[in-house]
Design a protein around this ligand. Structure first.
Ligand code: OMP
Length: 268
């Protein structure tokens, strides 16, 4: 039988000895002037990054906004990059989708079948309807926003109901209940180390952890707590790898290796 998404996550992590997720959030404004900033130039650069880091990282996350900003040409680039990665690493579409079930089904077709991503980030604000169509195929996964890295996330996610249940706890429990196909994970931002233990105690769902590097999140706590209960935490780093040093492949690989080394060091 085909592996569930969460089983594949663990297998690829073991094979690569990595829990690093590289965020391919392209941004010509951050690239030095000597680089070719055309979409063709960016495509070659991304492919070189992928070839040079595929064995260092477990996953690549493409935040769709950074591609959609270029319209259909950016969309085409995103599709090319996903098929270039192919099955070498886990791919994550960071689209933070969330809609009624009928519409979510179309999102699932677009993200998984048409573009070919392995997984997606999902906003749970519209409830189970926004999640279920993304998890009907056990080989594809959904990372549901639980406690995000941005400061204003708390406006909603730390809201308490009359029983003193905090929203992010509720989301975590809901996801655990829906996880009958073993293909749900949570997004838990690295900037919330003080809440991580509480969330990890609720269940052993995998975590996608953004907020390391440019946002100043806590790498040690993120790694050690997320990997408790035989679970797995993917550490996402976008800007601090993609725009490391002078953006040369050498500097990018060095940054990725350094993060992977630090992560594995905290796991010993
Ligand atoms: P860097 O701060 O450059 O590493 O980028 C972080 C990436 O993770 C961006 O693509 C964000 O949109 C995304 N992200 C967060 O920063 N915080 C979150 O809580 C959730 C995400 C996400 O879902 O990936």
């Amino acid at each position: 039988m085909i592996d569930t998404f969460n089983e594949r996550l663990k297998k690829v992590s073991l094979k690569k000895n990595s829990k690093l997720c590289i965020g391919l959030d392209i941004d010509p404004d951050r690239m030095p002037n000597h680089m070719d900033k055309s979409l063709q130039g960016i495509e070659s650069h991304l492919k070189e990054i992928i070839d040079s880091t595929t064995e260092i990282c477990l996953a690549y996350k493409l935040n769709m906004a950074f591609y959609e900003q270029f319209g259909f040409k950016g969309y085409e680039l995103m599709e090319k990059i996903v098929s270039y990665i192919d099955s070498r690493n886990i791919t994550i579409a960071d689209g933070k989708r969330g809609d009624i079930g009928n519409t979510t089904k179309k999102y699932a077709i677009s993200i998984f079948d048409t573009i070919g991503f392995d997984s997606i980030t999902v906003s749970p604000y519209m409830g189970a309807d926004s999640i279920v169509p993304f998890i009907s195929n056990r080989a594809k996964g959904a990372f549901v926003l639980c406690l995000t890295s941005n400061e204003s996330g708390k406006d909603v996610q730390k809201f308490k109901n009359d029983n003193n249940t905090i929203m992010y706890e509720y989301i975590s429990k809901l996801c655990d209940k829906l996880n009958t196909n073993d293909n749900i994970g949570l997004v838990v931002g690295a900037t919330n180390p003080e809440n991580m233990q509480q969330i990890r105690q609720l269940n052993s769902l995998p975590w996608l952890i953004p907020g390391i590097g440019a946002q100043g999140g806590d790498l040690k706590q993120s790694v050690t707590i997320s990997n408790e209960k035989k679970s797995i935490g993917l550490i996402n780093v976008s800007r601090a790898i993609l725009f490391a040093g002078d953006c040369s492949i050498h500097d990018i690989v060095k940054a990725a290796e350094n993060y992977n080394y630090q992560i594995n060091g905290y796991l010993k």
